[in-house]
Design a protein around this ligand. Structure first.
Ligand code: HEC
Ligand code: HEC
Ligand code: HEC
Ligand code: HEC
Ligand code: HEC
Ligand code: HEC
Ligand code: HEC
Ligand code: HEC
Length: 495
């Protein structure tokens, strides 16, 4: 290391101009001081020895081509959160930060950061007051929360006495990371360092780091959808490396996650607010449609349909309302994407089928069970603590896993998730787990079976879809099946 420092003092300029190669050949689009340029060259040459992979990736990036170097991103002022002295330049310590937060990227990419900061992605690290978190911290354990939940959601980056991130809290490229400078999120969640590529972010694999698995299988749903199939078949025609990437114009083979949720159309620009084109929230136990309110202090709020909406110009939560997007307007933005490749009729058909599944899940299963759980708890049949009774796990999986899968499947054209991994599981577990466990909980507490029947009568009986449970499957329904079988396979075929 000492030998290297000596080398650098003498040969820095010559050496780094050789090493940085193409970066220097490109036009100097980013203006900076001669001092910053000189320091930046030192970073490159030393790190090329120590971590050549890292520097080679940077060299392939748009940044290197535009003369944006290490120091432009890692530069920090002494005393700033996360700033520490790292090597010297002409005997003066150079301060840098290991964390490169959205606030840093904003020095050149203000628009993207302004869209990202108020979004759900930026807020993804704020999960402490959730049932999932009790599950993680108490029933699992903190180590699994650190290496599991927080690697997707992002955690609080803590600094040691030298102002460097602690090993418990770093590395972390979770989507809603809480940075030492107060900004939220990590741009490298989708734009992996040091390539920082748009092409990579446009691919479904990027989102699939987080959006997969039993409780939010968007990646798997996409893969089984006609869209995912077309993408796999024609990926090389997707023009992923193009600077401009407008659906239907620069590519037509298939949409990716980014196409629908972020990328440009002929009428809309790119958005780094992934919630902008969504009309439902499919995450909670009971789904609702969401209106969006934006304010002049760069915040945004989701207000469920039915909540009174403020108007543009009015005060809201201590700031002025700049924009109100109703759920219908959010939906229109998404439908605008679809019509790059489909007719409005096809799109309307999709939304009709999607809405019907959400309503089915909400009205037939989620609302009655949620109401019954509330009454059982209020009347002392269940404890207030979550997850200490079997029925609480059953209900949680019903909405958090199975019910979400059904809703996500219907939203993004994954029929297997809508039915087999979705409503099929919801139904089976309602009738053959939740109801028996409810009866068992009541029996155990005071043997008052009449109360269990009352709950079912009150919350389930009024709903048509549950008629078969109370009155058996009707003769006509069975007759219809028998008839169908016999038409296909001959008389007496249904035993
Ligand atoms: C003389 C060689 C040398 C120079 C010049 C140099 N570095 Fe480093 N850098 C290292 C070494 C070795 C490490 C690993 C040891 C450490 O973490 O301090 C490191 C660590 C880092 C880290 C911390 C990584 C982590 O995982 O915590 C960052 C960020 C970094 N350098 C960026 C820079 C930037 C930006 C510059 C230019 C201002 C620069 N380096 C200049 C050698 C150098
Ligand atoms: C466009 C901004 C940008 C540029 C340019 C940049 N970095 Fe980074 N660097 C980051 C980000 C972002 C991270 C990941 C940390 C984070 O998520 O905040 C990172 C991480 C690092 C790390 C830790 C990496 C690891 O995996 O151990 C080192 C070391 C580092 N950078 C050095 C450099 C050097 C040397 C250069 C120049 C060749 C450079 N950086 C150029 C943004 C940048
Ligand atoms: C000093 C200015 C500067 C900083 C700081 C900076 N960038 Fe950039 N970035 C640029 C320039 C210049 C371009 C090229 C723009 C162009 O081609 O129009 C670019 C391009 C990009 C692209 C598009 C790359 C592609 O494949 O087309 C991404 C993504 C990006 N930057 C992300 C980031 C992120 C994330 C950070 C912070 C970690 C960051 N940038 C920090 C100046 C900067
Ligand atoms: C594989 C990445 C990943 C892991 C691991 C993960 N989550 Fe999530 N989580 C997500 C994604 C993605 C969503 C958004 C799902 C959606 O919108 O369909 C989410 C949603 C949530 C939500 C709902 C957020 C809201 O505002 O509605 C909470 C709360 C949550 N997760 C907490 C946790 C906790 C606590 C853990 C660990 C015990 C955890 N998650 C593990 C990726 C992950
Ligand atoms: C959820 C994933 C995701 C995150 C997180 C993300 N980006 Fe992007 N970004 C994308 C995608 C996808 C594109 C490509 C959009 C397109 O061209 O279709 C993109 C494109 C860009 C571009 C090029 C824009 C252009 O007009 O060509 C810049 C600059 C950029 N991002 C900066 C950032 C910054 C800064 C952050 C952090 C605040 C960030 N991104 C976080 C997914 C992401
Ligand atoms: C063809 C367009 C399209 C593609 C491709 C697509 N989505 Fe979606 N996505 C939608 C629509 C439509 C909705 C429902 C919108 C609404 O609520 O009105 C949705 C909903 C979502 C939601 C919201 C779930 C919630 O809890 O509220 C998430 C998260 C999501 N998509 C992520 C992804 C990811 C990740 C991918 C890629 C693996 C992807 N999407 C691919 C159109 C798409
Ligand atoms: C590092 C993890 C991670 C990556 C990568 C990621 N997401 Fe997310 N995403 C999340 C989490 C966590 C949430 C839930 C945040 C919350 O509400 O607290 C979320 C929420 C969403 C939502 C719902 C937004 C809303 O307003 O309700 C959409 C849509 C979405 N992501 C799309 C995408 C797309 C598209 C990509 C890829 C281009 C992507 N995400 C990449 C973790 C991730
Ligand atoms: C970039 C072009 C593109 C975009 C954008 C796009 N799709 Fe598609 N879509 C396709 C292709 C290609 C197919 C496959 C057609 C086939 O296999 O016959 C398809 C298939 C479908 C199908 C299945 C049709 C069938 O007959 O089986 C539905 C439904 C669908 N898309 C709805 C949507 C919706 C809703 C959106 C917007 C949220 C959307 N698409 C956005 C290209 C696109």
């Amino acid at each position: 290391m000492r030998a290297k420092n000596a080398l650098m003092l003498g040969l820095a300029v010559v050496l780094s101009s050789l090493l940085a190669g193409s970066a220097l050949a490109a036009p100097d689009k980013v203006k900076k001081s001669a001092l910053d340029t000189a320091i930046g060259k030192e970073c490159v040459s030393c790190h090329l020895d120590d971590n050549p992979g890292l520097v080679k990736e940077w060299k392939k990036s748009e940044h290197a081509k535009q003369n944006v170097d290490c120091y432009d991103c890692h530069k920090a002022k002494e005393g700033e959160p996360g700033a520490y002295g790292h090597k010297k330049y002409k005997d003066k310590p150079v301060f840098i930060s290991t964390v490169v937060s959205p606030k840093m990227c904003a020095t050149c990419h203000q628009k993207e950061v302004d869209q990202q900061q108020p979004s759900h992605h930026a807020k993804g690290g704020q999960i402490l007051a959730s049932l999932d978190n009790i599950m993680g911290e108490v029933i699992g354990g903190p180590a699994a929360v650190n290496a599991g939940c927080l690697q997707c959601h992002g955690g609080t980056v803590k600094l040691d006495k030298n102002n460097r991130p602690t090993p418990q809290s770093w590395p972390d490229t979770g989507i809603g990371r809480l940075n030492p400078d107060g900004s939220l999120g990590s741009c490298s969640a989708c734009h992996s360092r040091h390539r920082f590529s748009s092409a990579q972010a446009r691919q479904p694999e990027t989102c699939g780091k987080c959006h997969l698995g039993p409780d939010h299988p968007q990646k798997e749903i996409y893969e089984e959808s006609k869209h995912g199939i077309a993408y796999a078949a024609h990926k090389e025609e997707m023009n992923l490396k193009s600077k401009k990437w407008v659906a239907g114009v620069d590519y037509s083979a298939a949409p990716t996650c980014s196409t629908c949720h972020m990328s440009a159309t002929q009428r809309q620009g790119i958005t780094h607010d992934v919630g902008e084109r969504i009309s439902w929230t499919l995450r909670p136990a009971i789904s609702s449609k969401l209106n969006m309110v934006r304010t002049d202090n760069k915040k945004e709020y989701d207000l469920p349909e039915g909540t009174p909406l403020p108007k543009v110009g009015e005060e809201y939560k201590g700031a002025k309302v700049t924009e109100v997007l109703t759920w219908e307007q959010r939906r229109k933005k998404m439908q605008d994407v679809c019509t790059a490749c489909h007719t409005p009729k096809t799109v309307a058909g999709h939304y009709k089928q999607f809405d019907d599944v959400v309503d089915l899940y909400n009205d037939k299963f989620a609302k009655p069970i949620a109401a019954a759980m509330k009454e059982l708890t209020a009347k002392g049949y269940l404890t207030a603590a979550p997850f200490d009774e079997k029925i609480e796990w059953t209900w949680w999986e019903l909405w958090h896993h199975e019910g979400r899968r059904a809703r996500h499947g219907a939203a993004m054209n994954g029929p297997d998730y809508t039915w087999w991994h979705g409503i099929y599981d919801v139904a089976q577990n309602t009738y053959f787990k939740w109801i028996p466990e409810m009866k068992e909980a009541v029996r155990k507490k005071d043997g008052n079976e009449a109360f269990a029947d009352e709950i079912l009568k009150k919350y389930f009986k009024p709903i048509d879809g549950h008629d078969w449970y109370f009155n058996g499957i009707s003769k006509e329904a069975i007759e219809k099946v028998r008839q169908g079988y016999e038409d296909r396979y001959g008389k007496g075929s249904l035993k």
